[in-house]
Design a protein around this ligand. Sequence first.
Ligand code: SF4
Ligand code: SF4
Length: 301
Amino acid sequence: MIVQLISLLAVNVIAFTQIFPYLKLRPISFGLPILASVNSHFTAVYSSLDLIQVELSQPEFPWIVLGSVLLIGAVAGRAFCGWVCPVGFIQDTITNLKGRLDFVTPRTHKSARKLKYLFLLGTLTISGTLGLALYLGIGADYKAALGVAASGPFIPISPDGTLFGVVPTLLGMARENFAAFLARPPTIQDVWAQLIRVPTLLALRILILVGFFAAAWKVPRFWCRYACPTGAMMAVFQKYSLAGMKRDPVKCTKCPHCEVKCPMQINILDLPWEKFNDPECILCMECVDACPHGSLSPKFP
Ligand code: SF4
Ligand code: SF4
């Protein structure tokens, strides 16, 4: 958790300019396989998938971002999900506050985890076809039809963009109007009149964010398991990555404390003991800490 907290602060280091305005910090256009929205006010780096979507809509081929994803994926697999991603940390904090890990039935878990691959496929299909159409000079209408989704179909609905972009903006507006609110408290009719004027996209974003928190409370790492397209992208690499886990079959009594503590609900005891590279494994090392016999450890390569 300490590493994750430091990562959260490092990724969102621009937030410190609000407290220390003399700090001259600016985001760098570098991608990491985490959720760090291009709409965030605070992020110092961006999500690789956001950059891929934005660059394809330019249209430019995202060589550098794809190269970095390939390199990170080949060496570290999904380790950035376990250690660096702010959204992963938020979910782990919620689970820690709850104090227990609830399990999803194996059947539901198996089917639901495919959803994130569908989101990834949908995102890349829309961005890829738009980029190609624009490159061929026939994509102007397509781009116009996509509207706000043109510069990234998943960017407007991703919960991190709402949490670190939309929510601070709304709070800033609320602070500016607070004095007027106190001088003349709104009536029920005023509140209703304002509510029905809320744009559909904004309402959808808030709904997704509320759903994200509720789901994280119910299921550990719900977003990472079932919805995150960045997690899906890195899961493909995790399978072949140099970084993995191993289980010593001599020390292991199949108790199974490790499986109970795994936030991604992986059936560790069914995986090869020499080295396992489950696509869902985020290399968080919770299983290592949970094993009373010290039978689990990271394996590289
Ligand atoms: S799966 Fe997505 S939200 Fe979860 S830790 Fe990885 S990048 Fe972050
Ligand atoms: S198998 Fe171990 S390292 Fe992988 S996600 Fe589960 S607890 Fe974390």
